[in-house]
Design a binder for this molecule. Structure first.
Ligand SMILES: NC(=O)c1ccc[n+]([C@@H]2O[C@H](COP(=O)([O-])OP(=O)(O)OC[C@H]3O[C@@H](n4cnc5c(N)ncnc54)[C@H](OP(=O)(O)O)[C@@H]3O)[C@@H](O)[C@H]2O)c1
Length: 328
């Protein structure tokens, strides 16, 4: 049985992607075969498919770091044909064939039964971006973050991780300062529950190693100078979840926020999140952390054969919210 996949190749040291017709036995090995109903486009997918980031560990591979679908066959007793499942991270679209395809074959160790409260479309509306936003908040709360500690700054707020983070934080009672470089999405961010929406300049951050404590914590998608400056403004025992590098992978800071204010920087890595924690986070995403404005966060749903332009659009900052891919 042949099917379509968005496949990434390295041809003469140039990374390219195109829609291909494939057979099941061409897919990387695994015990569970899944008919992919939905996938999504994340920043990392865009880096991988365009070659603008060195994401793939081998070529060729199907793109897509997440998927939701229905099991077709399973060599593991843990899973049954017809079961609704999802997979995110775990090397999908990096070391193994990914979710931007009509079929996938994955290790049984990667598969998560669809959590109560979600279906395939909603799971991919959240996708890796939503999972990562929830993982960030989970880690912050494990480290005693609470709304009383002050407002949480979300950078890159109109993007996938940012928009879900804004909505989840607001619904959990946090005051959210959404930082976005695009004024045209300020109303969108207000709808998601942000109490203040501003540009980086509006924040008027200082450049000293330690500045006035203004924020309870930060969820950062941007990295670089902005992250360094925000760190200096985080108040006593606040948490900074470091997620992304949309601006820069560099971070130049001092130890002062850590040793004088007890501020913590928490790493958030969705790819290799331990399975028990991954399952807990997905369970929460279908329950207490389910965004109440998910239909606003889904800003487009497009068929698999139209995914290609979305990669460049994401990297050129021409998209906002989440793009769901209908794979069937
Ligand atoms: N650690 C992990 O496991 C993990 C998981 C998922 C994503 N990520 C990373 O998190 C970041 C966000 O991912 P995403 O999927 O949400 O991407 P996205 O949807 O493209 O959102 C990124 C947002 O960052 C802002 N941005 C883009 N380019 C920028 C630049 N040059 N300077 C400053 N801000 C910029 C934009 O927000 P505004 O226009 O509103 O400012 C954009 O909407 C990416 O760096 C991604 O690689 C990491």
């Amino acid at each position: 049985m042949s099917f379509l996949a968005c496949r990434v190749f390295n041809e003469n040291n140039e990374v390219k992607h195109r829609l291909c017709e494939m057979e099941l036995d061409q897919l990387t090995a695994g015990e569970v075969v899944i008919k992919v109903d939905y996938s999504s486009v994340n920043y990392k997918d865009a880096l991988a498919a365009t070659g603008k980031g060195k994401i793939l560990k081998q070529f060729p591979l199907n793109a897509g770091i997440d998927l939701a679908g229905t099991i077709v066959s399973s060599e593991s007793d843990e899973f049954k044909p017809g079961q609704s499942v999802l997979v995110n991270g775990c090397g999908l679209g990096e070391s193994y064939d990914g979710g931007l395809a009509q079929m996938a074959r994955v290790s049984k160790d990667f598969v998560i039964p669809m959590p109560e409260g979600l279906d395939g479309r909603l799971a991919m509306a959240l996708g890796t971006a939503g999972f990562t936003a929830a993982l960030a908040l989970h880690r912050m709360e494990e480290n005693h973050q609470s709304p009383e500690k002050g407002p949480i700054v979300v950078t890159g707020a109109s993007g996938g991780v940012g928009s879900v983070a804004v909505n989840i934080l607001a619904s959990q009672g946090y005051e959210v300062i959404a930082v976005s470089g695009r004024p045209e999405y300020h109303d969108f961010l207000k709808q998601l529950g942000a109490s203040q929406i501003c540009s980086v300049d509006d924040l008027a951050l200082g450049t000293k190693p330690l500045e006035k404590g203004r924020f309870g914590g930060v969820i950062d998608n941007v990295g670089g100078n902005l992250l360094a400056q925000l760190l200096a403004h985080v108040d006593l025992w606040g948490n900074v979840a470091s997620i992304g590098l949309a601006s820069s992978h560099e971070l130049s800071t001092t130890v002062f926020p850590y040793i004088l204010r007890g501020v913590s920087v928490l790493g958030v890595s969705s790819t290799n999140c331990p399975m028990s924690l991954r399952k807990d986070i997905w369970k929460r995403l279908g329950a207490d952390l389910k965004p109440n404005a998910l239909s606003e966060i889904i800003t487009d749903e497009i068929p698999l054969n139209e995914v290609s332009p979305v990669f460049d659009q994401i990297l050129e900052r021409k998209r906002y919210g989440r793009v769901v891919i209908n794979c069937q």
